[in-house]
Design a protein around this ligand. Structure first.
Ligand SMILES: Nc1ncnc2c1ncn2[C@@H]1O[C@H](COP(=O)(O)OP(=O)(O)OP(=O)(O)O)[C@@H](O)[C@H]1O
Ligand SMILES: [Mg+2]
Length: 626
């Protein structure tokens, strides 16, 4: 590495990360569920009413300007071309001027309209995301958050489209009244003849959308299926390859792609059927105008220019009337989308601060489960029952038990990811439901076996819980976690960006970064769930060294599968079917509880051999396995 490309790992005291420039939405959805979906969404539109109304007004002005043009043409042909009473250039300049002014108004109006649309989209997305971040874990157990987000995207779009484009289409249709007024002023009977086709244009437009919308829905859903399969292929590539299941995956993808193709062909078919009708309806109108108007011109009751003007009016009104049919479909779709969005927004987080909750200050780290009962849902069986467990300040307790015995569940109760269903869970003598969640979680550090890292630099990953930490602190935490050496060997050192799940790093390396992340926050209570699973013995040793540093002076609950992990603890608790069946030092449990040795042997085959050695040597109290 050349010196000038060296990462800035000096001891500057600048904060590691910049505070995000998040702009909270100016308004939110009306929580009153008795209102219609549109009225509930209105506050968001109202927050941007300035540019939205300007956009509508400018659109109207632009149309009013354009509507003058056919009338000018009428007069130009009659007065300048036929009768030479007015110089032709007078009309030419007027038409040009109106065209340019109308164009500018139309441009600004469109710009503002799209701006409003994307502002609404931004707000809705943030409102939903903000809500999701507040939701409690039981909610995430029920829903698939990935699908939630991707579905939200298309729903947000259809709501946003309807809220902004529907009023715009109405404005454009309202110009029909002005145009009709002009037509009436030229010739009353011909005005009615010309407008006669408009209801049909509306009906055809509506019928076309109605037959095409289900197909476009279908295409969207099937495209999502394809995206899911591709996503799984990419993320699960190791599984696919290891089972040599590429063919099978390709078949799955091909059948999903076939379904998309069917949708597109159906769509093209419908389009091909409707297009002639859509294109020829205006010709019918033009023919009617030509027949009636021409007749009147021949008999001298109408000027030649009038026919031309009417043609222009007809063409000008086609698009808005077509779109009017579309509004109805857009409305139905937006209503369905809005309902789905509200379904998320109307769900309230279940784990919240109760009124009058107090902050946990000067946490000593006394953790106590008293006759705790717990189930993941009202209809689900009890996972914990009558669980009593006391962790004294500064003590390290290993939690051991068969798979499914409820170890992770106990760990999840400590940061109050879930609330107990019976009994009481207290920190420093306070029931956690009387404490503010923020202060509780600030005092509880959690290291999970799924060492999740964000797609940012290692430095930012370590500083995640304390973005204001300076670089020296980050490095100190990394050193304590035994991560500093390997981080420095990476091409960009602390600035190395790790992949979505930290794929560029090994499991043990990721684990040590998550340990550094927790160390930096320095919480008095620590929860480690399977923190050293799936790691080889040598790396495990390094992690244990890091863990020893981490646990020092803290109350720690460590879920342990291996003897080596248990060796880190002062005390061992054996969990069976959701309650504590034995509690003591490793040696005591070996002596008094045969079940303990069985569980250990099952969880850690290597331990079985070690245990035999222990048994052969006779139990020696206080002996700690290493
Ligand atoms: N989010 C959840 N929703 C519903 N049930 C759950 C949930 N998480 C766990 N369970 C159930 O609770 C029981 C205890 O699970 P837990 O994860 O606490 O076991 P564990 O002791 O950590 O097991 P392991 O050693 O395999 O990690 C299991 O029967 C499991 O099926
Ligand atoms: Mg577990």
């Amino acid at each position: 590495m050349s010196p000038d490309s060296a990462p800035n790992t000096g001891t500057t005291a600048a904060p590691v990360t910049e505070a995000a420039r998040y702009q909270a939405p100016r308004a939110t959805v009306d929580p009153d569920t008795t209102k219609t979906w549109l009225r509930r969404a209105m506050p968001i539109l109202r927050a941007h009413r300035g540019i939205f109304i300007t956009s509508l007004v400018l659109s109207f002005v632009g149309l009013v300007l354009q509507v003058q043009i056919p009338d000018l043409l009428n007069h130009a042909i009659d007065n300048s071309v036929q009768h030479h009473t007015v110089p032709l250039h007078f009309y030419v300049w007027w038409v040009l001027g109106l065209g340019i002014a109308g164009g500018i108004a139309g441009y600004v109006s469109r710009l503002f309209l799209f701006e409003t649309a994307y502002e609404i989209e931004y707000d809705l997305r943030n409102i939903i995301y903000e809500h999701l971040t507040r939701m409690s874990f039981p909610f995430y157990d029920r829903v698939q958050s990935g699908q939630l987000i991707s579905r939200a995207n298309s729903d947000i779009r259809s709501v946003q489209m309807y809220m902004t484009f529907a009023p715009m289409i109405l404005v454009q249709c309202s110009i029909a009244l002005v145009a009709f007024g002009f037509m009436l002023s030229i010739n009353v009977p011909l005005a009615f003849v010309a407008m006669a086709t408009m209801p049909f244009v509306f009906l055809v437009g509506h019928a076309m959308r109605k037959s095409m919308f289900p197909v476009s829905w279908l295409i969207q859903a099937r495209l999502a299926d394809v995206a899911t399969i591709v996503d799984e292929n990419v993320n699960g590539v190791r599984v696919v390859r290891s089972f040599a299941a590429e063919k099978q995956q390709l078949n799955t993808l091909a059948s999903a792609a076939d379904k998309v193709q069917w949708g597109y062909v159906k769509d093209a078919d419908l389009r091909a059927r409707w297009t002639p009708a859509v294109q020829n309806l205006p010709q019918v109108g033009l023919a009617l105008v030509l027949a009636f108007g021409g007749y009147m011109v021949i008999h001298g009751t109408l000027g030649l220019g009038a026919i031309l003007a009417f043609n222009f009016y007809l063409l000008m009104l086609q698009a808005p009337f077509m779109m009017l049919g579309m509004i109805i479909m857009m409305g139905q779709r937006a209503a369905a989308s809005a309902e789905r969005i509200y379904e998320i927004l109307d769900e309230q987080p279940t784990i919240v601060d109760r009124p009058g909750a107090v902050d946990l200050v000067d946490c000593k780290g006394d953790v106590r489960f008293e006759k705790v009962g717990f189930s993941y849902g009202p209809d689900l069986p009890l996972v914990l029952s009558d669980l009593d467990l006391h962790l004294r300040p500064g003590e390290t307790v290993a939690l051991v038990g068969r798979t499914g015995s409820g170890k992770s569940t106990v760990a999840r109760l400590i940061p109050r990811f879930y609330d107990v269903t019976g009994g009481r869970f207290a920190v420093d003598g306070h029931d956690v439901r009387d404490l503010t969640i923020e202060s509780l979680r600030a005092n509880v550090g959690v290291v999970l076996d799924d060492a999740f890292l964000f797609s940012v630099s290692i430095r930012d990953n370590i500083a995640y819980g304390r973005p204001d930490a300076d670089i020296a602190d980050v490095e100190a935490a990394a050193r304590a976690a035994g991560a500093d050496t390997f981080i420095r060997e990476l091409p960009q050192g602390y600035d190395t960006v790790v992949g979505e799940r930290g794929y560029t790093l090994s499991g043990g390396q990721r684990q040590r970064i998550t340990i550094a992340r927790t160390l930096l926050v320095n919480p008095p209570i620590l929860v480690l769930d399977d923190a050293t699973s799936a790691i080889d013995v040598q790396v495990e040793q390094q992690i244990h060294d890091a863990l020893r540093v981490l646990m020092e002076g803290r109350t720690t609950l460590i879920v342990a599968h291996r003897l080596s992990t248990i060796s880190l603890a002062d005390r061992v608790v054996l969990l069976e079917d959701g309650h504590v069946v034995a509690d003591g030092t490793h040696a005591e449990l070996l002596e008094t509880t045969p079940r303990y040795a069985e569980v250990l042997a099952q969880a850690d085959p290597d331990a079985a051999a070690a245990l035999e050695v222990v048994e052969r040597n006779g139990s020696d109290p206080g002996h700690r396995v290493t």
